[in-house]
Design a protein. Structure first.
Length: 315
């Protein structure tokens, strides 16, 4: 399945400024068709109507947190969009053929696809325990001092993804070890289908600020944080939820007097009747890749649809 390319949306530069914040009494356990509810944070007052290391094979409540949980647009925007501090423009023609060499390359390095196809795909799709190097990147950010999730329960993932620029990019995620194999298999399937994913770097590139990451359309998973107003952890804190292309698939909270959309830069994409190649749709290749492996989609949640969000309940 090949997806058509559309002009990228480039919205505002830098971090969002939040003026007011909205409390949401619902928790992750109250969503329909799902035992977990998204946990978006820092809601602006802007309303709009082995230990496995090889394998073959993706919320607004409180003032104290700064994080949350595709057919062509009629008139794609060309506004400037914020970028992370780790913007990578590397293009590699000499493609590494070992995992050790691949690990030396930063996420979002662009690889020569013709050369990639000559090398076993397992080299590029894998998960491993959190190395000291990776841990140093997340410590104090997505893995804060209050983090109660053992490091041994997390896995670092490296995959390839087909970008909006129709090139092959290196992507990275941190997820719970319980879903690591699923996630690697899913992204291998998406890459083979040329499903477009714009960016996939650790949320720590944005100082673990979920709103900034979403505005930059960054696909991410692990980010330790409790459910605002509650005592239990969000599913992102456990590495059991993932957000895909969040700018084009925003979180929408329908309230009595207004509608809150996160990221605010994605407000125009809350209208799911638009013809847009980056919308996640029921029964598209991405939806099927996740749901056939036991994940549920936040897009089905009635009062707070979270179109970017997939989560898996682990017993």
């Amino acid at each position: 399945m090949r997806y058509r390319k559309s002009s990228k949306d480039n919205d505002t530069k830098g971090k969002q400024t939040q003026s007011n914040q909205v409390s949401n009494d619902q928790t992750e356990d109250s969503a329909s068709d799902e035992s977990t509810m998204p946990d978006k944070h820092s809601v602006p007052d802007e309303s709009t109507t082995p230990d496995e290391n090889t394998t073959s094979g993706k919320n607004t409540n409180s003032a104290s947190a700064n994080n949350k949980e595709s057919s062509e647009s009629p008139t794609p925007s060309t506004d400037k969009k914020p970028t992370s501090d780790t913007e990578v423009t590397n293009v590699l023609n000499e493609v590494p053929d070992t995992r050790e060499a691949l690990n030396q390359l930063p996420a979002e390095t662009i690889l020569n696809i013709s050369k990639v196809e000559d090398i076993a795909m397992d080299t590029y799709f894998y998960y491993e325990e959190i190395s000291e190097n990776v841990f140093n990147k997340i410590k104090g950010k997505s893995y804060g001092e209050d983090c109660t999730v053992p490091r041994k329960d997390l896995r670092y993932i490296r995959v390839l993804h087909y970008g909006f620029d129709e090139k092959t990019h290196i992507g990275e995620l941190i997820v719970n070890k319980a879903i690591a194999k699923d996630i690697v298999e899913i992204f291998k399937e998406l890459y083979e289908a040329k499903y477009p994913i714009e960016k996939m770097v650790l949320i720590d590139a944005y100082d673990a600020d979920d709103n900034t990451s979403m505005a930059d359309n960054n696909t991410s998973s692990f980010n330790f944080r409790p459910v605002p107003g509650g005592s239990h952890l969000s599913k992102h804190a456990l590495g059991l939820a993932i957000d895909i292309n969040p700018l084009y698939n925003p979180y929408v909270q329908y309230m009595k007097d207004k509608t809150v959309i996160l990221p605010v830069e994605g407000s125009k994409y809350a209208d799911r009747s638009l013809d847009n190649p980056y919308y996640i749709r029921e029964n598209d290749v991405l939806f099927k890749a996740f749901t056939k492996r036991g994940f549920s989609w936040g897009g089905f949640w009635k009062t707070e649809p979270d179109y970017q969000h997939f989560v898996k309940k682990i017993d």
